[in-house]
Design a protein around this ligand. Structure first.
Ligand SMILES: NC(=O)C1=CN([C@@H]2O[C@H](COP(=O)(O)OP(=O)(O)OC[C@H]3O[C@@H](n4cnc5c(N)ncnc54)[C@H](OP(=O)(O)O)[C@@H]3O)[C@@H](O)[C@H]2O)C=CC1
Ligand SMILES: Cc1cn([C@H]2C[C@H](O)[C@@H](COP(=O)(O)OP(=O)(O)O[C@H]3O[C@@H](C)C(=O)[C@@H](O)[C@H]3O)O2)c(=O)[nH]c1=O
Length: 284
């Protein structure tokens, strides 16, 4: 079985490789931005011709949340048009598409765990273009799984955990937002879930939510990162208004994961347990 992984050297792509290798799952082909540019339709066609993949996993995305506010067209090109390009080639080759989306499709004004039926109303450009990508895919093919996830981190690429550890080395005190609440997700756990979907051979296509279990704020997340890494950094709680950013972020973006849990019969790890594993993997 061949599985094409777009964005194969980004954070999630590297986690997929780690988990697939550890489980002895082969057939995954990890494509970087040049080998698998999702904006190059001709290239996509020839890759699908060559590999005749059963699955395509789209980990490629424009993920710079603040920069997206100024680069609307580029963000839309990658997150919407790029996703649609893959979906169209998937239809031609009867390939199942596994696509990744985000909690940032939600406005985040209600303190309620959001399920797949809840209305998505993005409040920033990144979230909007990711929602457009989801919608584009669902109009092109019915043979897709879109997994919305949140606050991804791992030992690979750039993420909040690595930023905190870098800043924690440089500074004695850090200010971190306490009134934005969500669920951190170890990208290795998400990679495991994606591979479960493939090995289960499920055809229950559609939209699913996946994050680690539990709820926290960025402030509490930072505190846990320093606790597990034994850094003695003072973390100061900030309100969103005290940490201005170009993009507005949802205040509450906790997702209900009942649908994916009942599809796969899985137990999802608690965020602190997974964070402890990641910090160990980082060498602490
Ligand atoms: N990171 C997070 O906190 C969250 C991420 N997500 C979603 O999860 C998915 C994976 O994210 P993550 O791995 O963290 O993101 P990364 O930014 O680490 O990886 C994205 C990859 O896509 C590549 N890419 C960009 N443009 C193209 C293109 N035109 N063709 C092919 N590849 C391209 C990037 O390459 P390069 O770096 O060279 O530009 C990068 O390697 C994304 O869909 C993201 O929206 C959802 C929730 C949270
Ligand atoms: C670095 C830093 C960030 N923050 C805040 C800003 C922001 O509200 C929050 C997280 O900041 P970051 O910029 O690291 O993360 P951000 O890019 O907002 O993370 C998002 O990325 C996209 C791709 C997603 O899909 C989302 O699920 C989410 O993970 O922490 C602080 O309060 N203090 C700090 O020192």
């Amino acid at each position: 079985m061949n599985i094409l992984v777009f964005g194969g050297v980004g954070q999630l792509g590297q986690c997929l490789k780690k988990v697939a290798d550890s489980k002895g799952i082969d057939g995954l082909i990890y494509l970087d931005e040049i080998q698998g540019n999702i904006l190059d339709v001709q290239l996509l066609n020839s890759l699908f011709e060559q590999y005749q993949p059963q699955y395509a996993i789209n980990c490629a995305a424009y993920t710079a949340v603040d920069k997206a506010e100024d680069e609307v067209d580029l963000s839309r090109l990658i997150n919407k048009t790029g996703a649609e390009n893959i979906a169209k080639v998937c239809v031609k080759h009867n390939t199942t598409l596994i696509h990744i989306s985000t909690d940032f499709v939600f406005e985040g004004k209600l303190a309620k765990a959001l399920n797949e039926e809840d209305i998505a109303e993005p409040i920033n450009v990144y979230g909007l273009t990711k929602l457009e990508g989801e919608q584009g895919i669902s109009q092109i093919t019915s043979q897709y799984f879109t997994l919305r996830t949140s606050w991804l981190y791992s030992e690979f690429a750039n993420n909040f955990v690595k930023t905190m550890l870098r800043l924690g080395k440089e500074r004695e005190e850090l200010g971190v937002i306490i009134d934005q609440v969500g669920s951190p997700t170890y990208a290795v756990d998400l990679a495991g879930c994606i591979l479960e979907i493939i090995t289960s051979k499920s055809d229950a296509y559609g939209l699913y939510h996946y994050s680690n279990e539990g709820v926290t704020s960025w402030y509490d997340f930072a505190k846990a990162i320093f606790e597990f890494s034994n850094y003695s950094v003072k973390v100061k709680p900030l309100k969103t208004s005290e940490y201005p950013t170009k993009a507005t972020r949802p205040l509450y973006s906790v997702m209900d994961k009942s649908k994916i849990k009942s599809l796969l019969g899985i137990q999802i790890p608690y965020w602190r347990d997974s964070l402890a594993i990641c910090i160990k993997e980082l060498g602490f």
